[in-house]
Design a binder for this molecule. Structure first.
Ligand code: NZQ
Ligand code: ZN
Length: 409
């Protein structure tokens, strides 16, 4: 999903797409990033240094307890004299109902919550952003997602302890929330990034390979969607973007051989965070169709992981773009720099092989969906596009989205 490239909180995602050169852009990423075996303790010390006396700890479904991370966090909170209360149960493809629960806790003066500490992956951190904004918002924060309310102008401070590198939510303002009752999964860009983020690569040693694969696919997709854009003269950003793609491929090879390789994990985590903090897309036109289609897929079935849906769509989408002659020069540069070939078809084949090497799904049926589900996905994608999210490279009509999805069968 598109990062904000401007500190203006009222900037809608659509506005970022018209920027195609280094003129009229601005960049800031004011999160303190700790990457260390001691990062968890460092971020808690940062909370104390900020004078915060009580936090709401926001967590997912329990992996934090089984890995022993929760004991480590509570020990450090106690040692630093920081009080805490807990909200567990944020699920993957996080729900607005859980966000509302968190908002109510923060708004209750009895709880005396001064900040939120998100402990988890993108789903927990995204929920944290909506909760911290909702806590300072008069109405229902979901109305902001539906563009039925003015953007929030204030937010509680929040900190993150990352347990899964994938979304870069630990370094950006984005927050994707779902409402299954309405069949919607929508992004929003809040006012603030985390004050500080802890990345302890050892915390990710125990991740199931499926989650590691999803993280690599997600970050690669963020890079590809920023890279394949309308013609631009922004060579510096394009080269940063391509270098990050290469680095993710290299680290993944090492992690596959040894899941406890600290340096490979740390490099991977950093590349993933940089893939969507704005730096890899600054001054590029950007085309987020793969994410828009994927968000519709996981709105149809919230058991589908974001990275898995992306793998299926991107596998078809870039071949589709190349056949239509879109972004030809960029395809050639990408083929050369990332895959060392002047033949774009060959690079696309290598990209397919990379997905296989990572163990990513490539067909809609691998996700448990079938041809009869395509109209549902297309309907959601088109409704979400009507709400103002679309890409400049290819305007997705219902027919085009159907064609792309049929190519994934
Ligand atoms: O809930 P628990 O038990 O903690 O388990 C989680 C969850 O089931 C597990 N997990 C996390 N860390 C672990 C671990 N298991 C073992 N060891 C660990 N160290 O992983 C599962 C998936 O977690 P989740 O947070 O859902 O994954 P991810 O980080 O991929 O986040 C996906 C969500 O982020 C949104 C996606 O759409 C999706 O809803 N996105 C957010 C973006 C942003 N804020 O900028 C951009 C992305 O493009 C994306 O759209
Ligand atoms: Zn993503």
């Amino acid at each position: 999903m598109p990062p904000s490239v401007d500190p203006n909180p009222h900037l809608s995602p659509t506005h970022t797409f018209v920027i195609k050169k280094m003129d009229g852009v601005s960049f800031y990423a004011d999160t303190k990033m700790f990457i260390s075996r001691k990062a968890v303790e460092q971020v808690i010390e940062a909370i104390k240094a900020d004078g915060i006396k009580k936090v709401l700890c926001l967590l997912g479904g329990g992996s934090t307890k089984t890995t022993g991370l929760w004991d480590r966090i509570t020990k450090s909170l106690k040692e630093n004299g920081i009080e805490y209360c807990e909200l567990w149960g944020v699920q993957p493809n996080p729900l607005i109902s859980k966000v509302r629960e968190g908002v109510a806790m923060c708004k209750d003066p009895k709880n005396k919550i001064e900040a939120v500490l998100a402990i988890g992956g993108g789903s927990v951190i995204d929920s944290c952003k909506a909760i911290t904004a909702g806590a300072k918002f008069e109405g229902d924060i979901w109305d902001v997602y539906l563009h039925k309310a003015a953007p929030p102008t204030d937010q509680l401070p929040f900190y993150t302890i990352l347990t899964l590198s994938a979304t870069a939510s630990e370094y950006n303002q984005g927050a994707v929330i779902s409402s299954p009752e309405e069949g919607k999964k929508l992004p929003y860009f809040f006012l603030n990034r985390p004050v500080a983020t802890a990345i302890d690569p050892t915390v990710q040693f125990t991740l199931p390979w499926r989650q590691v694969m999803c993280g690599a696919v997600d970050a690669t997709s963020h890079l590809l969607e920023q890279y394949f854009s309308t013609p631009n003269e922004t060579d510096s950003t394009r080269q940063i973007n391509l270098a990050l793609q290469r680095s993710i491929i290299k680290s993944m090879e090492k992690i596959k051989k040894n899941e406890k390789d600290y340096e490979a994990r740390a490099n991977f985590c950093w590349a993933v965070s940089l893939a969507l903090n704005g730096i890899a897309g600054l001054g590029l036109g950007q085309d987020w169709n793969v994410h828009y289609i994927e968000h519709a897929i996981s709105a149809v079935d919230d058991k589908i992981a974001h990275g898995e849906g992306l793998a299926v769509v991107s596998h078809a989408y870039y071949k589709f773009l190349w056949k239509r002659g879109v972004a030809k020069e960029m395809f050639e540069e990408w083929a050369q720099v990332v895959y060392g070939t002047s033949n774009v078809e060959e690079a696309l084949k290598k990209f397919d092989e990379l997905l296989d090497f990572w163990g990513a799904p490539k067909k809609l049926t691998d996700l448990g969906l079938k041809e009869a589900d395509i109209p549902k996905i297309v309907k959601i994608e088109q409704e979400q596009n009507e709400m103002g999210i679309n890409s400049p490279l290819l305007r997705l009509t219902a027919d085009l989205t159907t064609e792309i999805l049929k190519a994934t069968l």
